[in-house]
Design a protein around this ligand. Structure first.
Ligand SMILES: [Zn+2]
Length: 238
């Protein structure tokens, strides 16, 4: 069994452990991958993750704001969006951000056969490699739904599954920068956090991305006050 497969197998065990109660999750061998899967990284860093792009209508605005705030982020992209905007996908990488796999379409993996899940994840990983010249290392399925098929596909492709520790609920129709900030604070804007926002509204209320974009300056300020550094996923979770 490869190291990656073993790690993913442990993540699956950790998911089971989640339902088995604290006595099992207290075991260090189970707790560590569970923490990584739920986006808990190094204590001095915060990972900003942006899902559902790249979207020519909104992603360029995020890239401009991230450059101004000097935030390295991680984009979990959809293959069907990236195939329509390969230049934008390349630009994300050239701007110094990391690119992970979200899926080819934004469909719940529990509603797809394992072979279809594998095909979609593999196709997206291939597109990222072909377009950017760098293989993706991370995988976050649509809706954060990790089916057995998702975990198997990730293991076969050498991708590490990761979810998040705080979300902004920026996909909601009535989301504003203030509500996004408030939801992120509820989950915890602190060392080790992985924050989930979206740089596209392709799976959200129309224009919802503006609430996420509008919250970025305040999020950056909050991290600065705490002496935290933003890190790409691969620098956030060892
Ligand atoms: Zn998504």
């Amino acid at each position: 069994m490869s190291k990656r497969l073993l790690a993913t197998g442990m993540a699956a065990a950790a998911l089971v452990a989640l339902h088995a109660g604290p006595s099992v999750t207290a075991l260090p061998t189970v707790r560590r991958p569970l923490r990584a899967l739920s986006g808990v990284g190094r204590p001095g860093t915060v990972a900003l993750t942006l899902d559902d792009g790249p979207d020519p209508r909104s992603t360029p605005a995020f890239l401009r704001t991230l450059a101004r705030l000097r935030i390295p982020a991680t984009f979990f992209v959809l293959g069907d969006m990236a195939a329509k905007a390969p230049g934008l996908l390349r630009r994300i990488r050239e701007d110094g951000h990391e690119i992970g796999v979200h899926g080819w379409t934004h469909r719940d993996h529990l509603r797809m056969t394992p072979s279809r899940v594998y095909d979609e994840v593999a196709r997206t990983a291939d597109l990222i490699l072909d377009t950017c010249g760098v293989p993706p290392l991370w995988f976050r399925p649509p809706y954060g739904v990790l089916s057995a098929g998702s975990l198997l596909a990730a293991a076969r492709l050498g991708l590490r599954p990761v979810l998040w520790s705080a979300w902004g609920r920026d996909w909601e129709a009535d989301a504003t920068p203030d509500t996004v900030l408030s939801h992120l604070r509820s989950g915890g804007i602190r060392g080790g956090a992985t924050l989930l926002l979206h740089d596209s509204d392709c799976a959200a209320a129309p224009g919802a991305w503006r609430s996420a974009l509008g919250a970025l300056t305040a999020v950056a300020g909050e991290c600065e006050r705490q002496g935290l550094r933003f890190a790409r996923m691969s620098n956030h979770i060892p």
